[in-house]
Each structure stands twice: as C-alpha cells, then as structure tokens.
Design a protein around this ligand. Sequence first.
Ligand SMILES: NC(=O)c1ccc[n+]([C@@H]2O[C@H](COP(=O)([O-])OP(=O)(O)OC[C@H]3O[C@@H](n4cnc5c(N)ncnc54)[C@H](OP(=O)(O)O)[C@@H]3O)[C@@H](O)[C@H]2O)c1
Length: 306
Amino acid sequence: MKAIVVRDRDTAAGGPVLTDLPHPHASENDVVVRVHAAGFTRGELDWPATWSDRAGRDRTPSVPGHEVSGVVAELGYGTTGLTVGQRVFGLTDWTRNGSLAEYVAVEARNLAPLPADVDHTSAAALPISGLTAWQGLFDHGRIETGRTVLIHGAAGGVGSIAVQLAREAGAHVIGTGRSTDRETVLALGAHAFLDLGTDRLEDAGQVDVVFDVIGGDILDRSAALVRGGGTLVTIVQPPSVRPEDGRSVFFVVEPDRVRLTDLAQRLRDGRLDVRVGEVRPLADAVAAFAPGRRVPGRTIIRVAED
Ligand SMILES: NC(=O)c1ccc[n+]([C@@H]2O[C@H](COP(=O)([O-])OP(=O)(O)OC[C@H]3O[C@@H](n4cnc5c(N)ncnc54)[C@H](OP(=O)(O)O)[C@@H]3O)[C@@H](O)[C@H]2O)c1
C-alpha cells in the first residue's frame, strides 16, 4: 500500500516520503480501516511516540497521522460493535503506524460509527480537536451552566471547538487570540474576545476555568485569573505556576467512542462546525509537513474518494 513514512528526525535524511509498505495486519482487538481521509499534527515528528513503541523500541519507519475516517476493511479477533464495510472515524494509537496511508490498523474501541451524512474530510478533522476540547472542558475543567471559561487560542483547532461546546453548555465564554481572530471567535459563540497582542490578560477578570492551548508565558500568567475552586487546564505543558486556590491539570487526549459519537451528532445537526483548512491528496501530503507552514484550520489528507 502507499503510505507517508518518516525514518529519522532529521527531515533531510529521514523524510517524510511517500513509499510502499506492507498492508497492515489486524491483531487481536484491531480493525483494519481503508483510509478515506486522515488528519495529522504538525508537531508530531517531535513526539517520542512517533519513533518508539510502548516498550521504547525503535519503530521506524513509522507512518504519521492519528486521525482517521474511512471504511472497515477487516476485523481482528475480539472486536465488537463494528462490521466490514461500515463507515468509521477515530483516533489511532500514538505508538503504532498512523493514518497517512491507504490502510491503518486501529484498536476497535478507538473508532466510532460515522453517520452517512457526515463527510470523511470533516470527520478526519474532529477526533483530536473535538475530544481534546470535550475532555478539557468537561472531564478536567468540570464546566457547567453559568460558569465562566477563558479559552486561549480560540480560533485554532482545539479552541474553536471548545468555544462552541462551552457556549452550548451555557457557560460564559471569553476567547483569546490574535487581533485577526476576533470576528471568527465571536462568530463561533464567544461572548467576549481578548486580543493577546494588545489587551491586558488580567482585564479578563476572575474565571472558573482557563483552557490553555498556547503554554509559556500566557499559561503562567493565566494561573492568577482562576478564582477559588476553579481550574487551570492546559494541553501544552505541565504548568509551572498554579492557581492560588484551585487545581491545575495538564492532560493528553484519550480515545473515546461515546464522545466521538456525540461530536458527530453535533456536526450533523449543525451545533458544531469544524474548521478544515487545506485538503491534499496522499501523493501531495509531504509538502504539508514543510517547516514554518501555517494554514488556518486543520490540514486533511484525502486518501480515497467516497
Ligand atoms: N495534550 C493534548 O492532548 C493535545 C491535543 C491537541 C493539541 N495539543 C497541542 O495543543 C496546541 C494547540 O493545538 P491546536 O490544534 O488547537 O493548534 P492551532 O490550530 O495552531 O491553534 C492554536 C491557536 O492559538 C493561537 N496562538 C498561538 N500562540 C498565540 C499567541 N502567542 N498569541 C495569540 N494567539 C496565539 C494560534 O494562532 P496562529 O495560528 O495565528 O499562530 C491558533 O489560533 C498544540 O501545541 C498541539 O500540539 C495537545
């Protein structure tokens, strides 16, 4: 099968390149998915899991991309709830070959059924951003109606979904970002917008939850915004400054079939909009990894047509 692979962190020597790989095998509890669309994260070539398996052994050449939307091609022993030919989408394992390929083996529990009226391109843009936003707001931030949440990077992949989910949950939502993001963030449903370039972060006042996707100095300064009993949630790095009288949480997104199903339902009924940037064929995927490339919205690689 055709796949994008990386062999070495030194991109001049190690790719990514388009090549041929053997068809993946469905181990126990696995499903092999015929990939229609795949999402990847630009920074994933820096993740240890891209280079080593769970036991820490070199697993190169490895296939990047951990978001998949496609059709079940093969079922391994022990899989439940899915059938061959079914449309599915989900998050693939971090330490195994990913979705920038014609086929990928994924644990069945990491996939959710994809309704017929949701296209593969939108579905492939949802697993990481959607699940991260959900888990950050509700599982870790415990937001509910009437709470105030400040969402950094609110026009980005995770932030744009977090704004929509927090608004739907009845929270008061303050989004932050660059000056050019203001209209986008307000249109997504934020009640207020803070320009991190010109406004004072401290002018946001006290909030119940800060959801950080930027890290560094912005994360450090955000601890002081969290009111007593509140939570500072970040997905970038463990915080070095903590709220005086609240919790701080750094987490890594986990697969969740039930939540993926909820998120797909929101796409169907228009409660959620996912920001897709550019869409490229697999044959042209290498260029999407070019250093310094910035395209707003998720970049999606189309592998097979519907
Ligand atoms: N722990 C986890 O499980 C997990 C899950 C998903 C993502 N992540 C990480 O979380 C981060 C965000 O992911 P994402 O997909 O949401 O990225 P993204 O789509 O690039 O969104 C980040 C947003 O923040 C804005 N931003 C960044 N720095 C800023 C600054 N100094 N001032 C104002 N705005 C700023 C960006 O604007 P510009 O585009 O203009 O720079 C963009 O709108 C990434 O580092 C990603 O690797 C972690």
